[in-house]
Each structure stands twice: as structure tokens, then as C-alpha cells.
Design a binder for this molecule. Sequence first.
Ligand SMILES: [Zn+2]
Length: 302
Amino acid sequence: MSAVRTVLGDVAPGRLGVVDAHDHLFLSTPRLPGQELHSVPAARAELAAFREQGGGTVVQWTPYGLGRRAADLPPLSRETGVHLVAATGLHQAAHYDDGTLARLRGGLAAVFVAELTEGIGTSGVRAGLIKVAGGFHTLDAHARWTMSAAAEAHHATGAPVAVHLELGTAALDVLDLLCGELAVAPHRVILGHLNRFPDAVLHRQAAESGCYLAFDGPSPAHHATDWRMPDVVRALADAGHGDRLLLGGDTTTAGARSVNGGPGMPYLLRRVRPRLEAALGRDLVRRVLTENPGRAFAVDWR
Ligand SMILES: [Zn+2]
């Protein structure tokens, strides 16, 4: 049976409720010093605030080695009543020290497979997706290495591959590599951060492959493009790709959390949802928040 792999076990896609399809409860990276998401009480409060707005599921895109705190996820899910999905995968090289990358060099796909099927570290918590990252308008050797490993792990398990597009770019390069050379079925690929590069033609070209397109934010770093999101999402829906849209909050810093005065996870439902309802209509927004993520993340696990 097709199921979404949550931190409490496999769940039927129809039971997810309203889904934040790209976010982070925990994230620590040298690229964001002093802004780490590592507080369990803050994560719990953020989830409760999301729940209060009607949220049902949060899909986390925090990959290997970036402070996932996997063992803390099942109790957080139980306490708040929000389904949580954890990720395996690897971010850009700049997020890791050389020793970590050298250790992974010989067996990255095996690490991904183990985290999807056995669990992350000793937590027993299994990941439900593979997160990787492209570069700015290009794919460097690190991106090609991690995407090759992600494709291998996808073929072994069925897991979806979620891609951080640097500033929303290189979408077609990612699709050429993953779905061309590496033979990942397009509907198993989720492109993230497209709102950061609001080129409606490019979005449509990407959507024509059959992949999922995730729009996530807002962020002070992407304020210049975030406001164009309703228009580009509307253009995709008008072109017949409404069934491929996903929405997320992508909270990456402590200051962005609602419990610390930022927009945080609740903002997706408090403000983004009604704004998109004005652009797309209520029924499509409901499907984007419930049915689309069910299809994007549900897998016949192997
Ligand atoms: Zn993210």
C-alpha cells in the first residue's frame, strides 16, 4: 500500500490533513551561525501553533548531519498531534566539514537507504524523503555526486527526491540529471524554492516534466521575489499543473519562528492560504495543501 513514511510509522496519504510540504523543526549549519533551530520546547510550541491554525503534517527537509535530532521527533509528533516526516539526503558541500564528506565518499547511497529503511542513527526513526541541493544556475561535482546517490537510494526504496534549488535556479539541469541520466520518474522529484526565481516560463517547462513544484517561504532573504508567488502559482494552475503544486514555510532560523516573533509555520495557513485562495480559488488551494502532498510523498516502499 502506498504510504507516507512519518516518524511514527507509515501513514495513508489521505490522513495527512493540511500539509506544510517543506519546513524545518531542527537545523544547525555553519552557514547560519547563531540561528540554529535546536530547541525542543521551541519546536513543540511552533508545531502547536501550526496545529492551532489547522495544520496536520510537517515535512522536514533537514538532511544528514545538520542537527536533525531524530530521536526528539516521535514525542513531538505525539504531543502535538502533527504528523512529521523526516529526511535523509545531503545539502551543499559548504554545510559540511571535509572530514564528514570524506567519510561519506564511498557509500552515500547506502547511508540514504539505511536512513530510509532502518532509521536515522540509533533513533529508529525512518526518513520519508531524500533531500539534495543544486547550485546557482549549475550543478557542481558535489551536486552530481549527491543526486546520483539520491537516485540510487530512490531506485532501491521508492523514496521521493526533494531538491533545494539555489535561489530557485538550475531547475532544468536538475531534471535533466535526475530524470534523464539517472532515470528517476519525474513524479518522484520535488523542486523547492521556485518562488525565489519567479520565471513563469521556466516553471511551466519544469512542470511539463511531471515533477512537483514546491513554493516555500517567506524569508527576509527572498523578500524581493516572495510577493510574486501568487502570480506564478496561478500561471502554473492555468497551464494545467495545479495537481503538481506544493506549499511550505521553510523556517530555517530561530528568528523566523512564530514563537520568536517571526512568521513561522502558522503563517502558511494564516496568511499565505487566504492570499492564494484569492488567486486560485478555495478548492484548488485545499487540494494543494492536502491531496497534492499525499501524492508527492506517498510511496510503495520497497
Ligand atoms: Zn528548507
